[in-house]
Ligand binder design. Sequence first.
Ligand code: NAD
Ligand code: TYD
Length: 359
Amino acid sequence: MGFQNDLVGTVRGRKQAELGTPVWLVTGGAGFIGSHFVKLVLRERPEITVLNLDALTYAGNLENLAEIEGHPRYRFVHANICDASAVNGVFEECAISAIVNFAAESHVDRSILDPEEFLRTDILGTHVLLEAARRQQTNRFLQVSTDEVYGHVAHGASREDDPIAPRSPYAASKAGGDLQVLAHGTTYGTSVMITRGSNTYGPNQYPEKLIPLFVTNLIDDEPVPVYGDGLQIRDWLHVEDHARGILHVLEHGELMNVYNIGGGNARTNMEITKRLLDLCGRSKGTHIRHVLDRPGHDRRYALDASKAHSLGWRPRRDFEQGLEETAAWYREHESWWRPIKSGGCADYYRTQYAERGAR
Ligand code: NAD
Ligand code: TYD
């Protein structure tokens, strides 16, 4: 069952001999989840060559891929998904059997400060890739999306056929991408599918998101900025489980379908914060700073992932252990995050958190 043969079977193009094996185009593969996905595919799918197309924005980091540099089945292309001629150039060079689109502006707080780049990459960029997939009749186009498109969920858990109701510029840009993907499939017959993942954590996450920001602050004996009362709920998913979920849907999912990839680990932000304080040996009294809440902050996300479960995917990583290992990874990889935190991230942090102040 599934489409694996279809995915690896069709390779055309001039450079086929050079690349040797079926080619998957992964966009945004230098980012957090994309880099784990690229490494997973190279490790576990020996017949696949991966082309990683990434613009290397502030969030893209080739260090995430240092261990596969020079890998015979891996190529890096430095380009922007909004640049149609660059994208088409890649398709002219070799036949792509699958596209997995991770490339996005991905941080809600940045989208509130300045949404334009989100609209460009998450909507226009997705359109450029869809058009390339249509022209080349690519076998699979998988759009990596998010539970945030469903908006705040007061009760129960979002199912794939629930209406989308995005409430932040980030979520709205991702929802715009999702709608285009499905419309492209309906109108042109492009072979599309979508995954919607929940909040993801693990090694290599840019230290602007909750878990890596808090861990690295705590390592440095700095307080952590909790938005509002900290009772917002997120459903946490380990990055390796997320990458595996996307691969599973790519190979076994049905076209024109959406699959929720949920971690099944619902926690309030305060629960996460207290656990991170323990793991880093800091105290609640001195290291928590409640700051002004995020405007339009979604109170709760919750995913019903039973459709992906029935396809044969389930998260494997225990959350408490995964969180402990993640904190340890940041302690052991200061050389990865210190240049980021003292570089571009420092300016962003000052702007973002000066506005919020202490409550
Ligand atoms: P990230 O911000 O860590 O990485 C994004 C990557 O995309 C970077 O390498 C960046 O350089 C690249 N990129 C950005 N704009 C680009 C452009 N115009 N052209 C080419 N490359 C570009 O993001 P992430 O957390 O790894 O998220 C990856 C995908 O997963 C995103 O689509 C995001 O919406 C989705 N997602 C993320 C989470 C999460 O918790 N992080 C959860 C669910 C879904
Ligand atoms: P984040 O990691 O930004 O992911 P998302 O907004 O996509 O869910 O935030 C996770 C939760 O943590 C969210 O409820 C906002 C909250 N948060 C804070 O309380 N303080 C912070 O400094 C950050 C970055 C997030």
